[in-house]
Design a binder for this molecule. Structure first.
Ligand SMILES: O=C(O)CCC(=O)C(=O)O
Ligand SMILES: [Fe+2]
Length: 377
């Protein structure tokens, strides 16, 4: 019988180098997870097999860009496989099996081995400690936040119209927008304003400026045709360019500056928008497809903040992970001529809390009011 020292001697220099590299990778992967979770390996993982596997070095959008399809392909061939959960912004993913023995079988075959489907990438796989609640929540819920309004209650005043404009119109609008040289650079996004100036230093709507671009005529024609009661004529347009991976922080568009109807037309990459009820904390996600029109009015406009997370992909209800690309939004608003908001939520309205320090307001619910610091909204 050969000792490990003897067998080590038999490794070629190349093999020994590869082994060292693998050990370093493994160490780094485990360190990343423990640092991320701020607990030790023994709290995260179980030495005794369980039916849930944690793929320590697999997430979506990270190195190697693993997709849900690839993972399904790897694990589908194992008996007892139930499903995969790729995560966002976390270093790990999970695979569920129907029993401990089936999970054990997959772990034995795949752990520390280069995987063909992942172009030779080595997988590090541990058993989830069933007492580690954060992992169990992610496994049981499938997703930490819901990703669409399907099957959930409707928010009063929230409307999404899919295919609001045609592919042709979208293409000509995008060509026009991308050739514009007047972009104002924000921290991660770029913006163009029409109808009225908008000063990001003071967050005030300014004098009328820049007539609407001519392509907006077709949009206004389409708006007239939708069956939406009391839709006013829109007075201000902000065109936002979101490079892949960027978003917009949670905010409610300023009550006193803008009227009740806020509309957003999405062009380019679809994206998940997160809506949060600032009174109850309830969160609802809505998928904004390319060429769709979103209308926020009533409760959806005044009580729910909206945001887009900065990340390179979105996880959908069915567990699929969808990559993002660049996105353009056309946000249309009306103006409050007297700057006095008469909404039905005085407790949330900036007519009452405009004098407070911004950091006292939850989730930056007020945007577009004077701030001391420059804003990125
Ligand atoms: O990108 C979007 O659809 C929303 C933009 C937005 O919320 C805003 O400009 O206030
Ligand atoms: Fe907004």
């Amino acid at each position: 019988m050969m000792t490990s020292a003897e067998s080590a001697i038999l490794l070629t220099r190349n093999e020994a180098r590869k082994l060292r590299k693998l050990q370093t990778k493994k160490l780094q992967a485990y360190e990343t997870v423990t640092k991320f979770e701020k607990v030790t390996c023994s709290e995260l993982f179980s030495a005794v097999p369980t039916q849930y596997l944690c793929l320590i070095n697999v997430n979506f959008g990270g190195v190697g860009n693993v997709t849900t399809e690839q993972l399904i392909k790897i694990f589908n061939s194992f008996k007892g496989y139930i499903g995969v959960r790729l995560t966002h912004g976390k270093p790990y993913s999970f695979v569920m099996f129907d029993s401990v023995s089936t999970a054990l079988c997959a772990q034995k075959i795949l752990h520390e081995k280069p995987n063909e489907i992942l172009n030779g990438r080595v997988l590090f796989i541990e058993f989830v400690n069933l007492k580690y609640q954060n992992f169990m929540n992610q496994i049981e819920e499938g997703s930490s936040t819901p990703t669409s309004t399907n099957g959930k209650r409707n928010i009063p005043g929230l409307f999404l119209i899919e295919n609001f404009i045609t592919d042709e119109l979208s293409e000509s609008i995008l060509n026009n927008i991308y050739s514009n040289t007047g972009w104002i650079l924000l921290q991660h996004r770029k913006v163009l304003h029409y109808g009225h100036k908008f000063d990001y230093d003071t967050n005030q709507v300014g004098e009328p400026s820049h007539e609407f671009p001519s392509f907006m005529n077709s949009i206004f024609d389409k708006l007239k045709k939708i069956n939406y009661p009391l839709l006013p004529e829109m007075e201000q347009l902000s065109i936002l360019h979101y490079p892949t991976g960027t978003g917009i922080p949670p905010h409610i568009d300023c009550h006193s500056s803008f009227g009740e109807f806020i509309m957003s037309i999405s062009l380019g990459s679809p994206v998940i928008m997160e809506l949060k009820n600032v009174k109850t904390g309830e969160v609802m996600n809505i998928d904004l497809p390319d060429r769709s029109l979103l209308i926020l009015s009533n409760e959806a406009r005044y009580v729910w903040s909206h945001s887009i997370r900065a990340r390179k992909s979105d996880q959908l209800d069915n567990g699929q992970v969808r990559e993002r690309g660049p996105r353009i939004s056309l946000t249309l608003r009306t103006l409050n001529p007297d700057k006095i908001c008469k909404c039905s939520w005085p407790e949330l309205c900036d007519r009452n809390i405009i004098h407070l320090e911004l950091n006292q307001t939850p989730n930056s619910i007020i945007s577009f009011i004077p701030r001391k610091k420059k804003t990125t909204n």
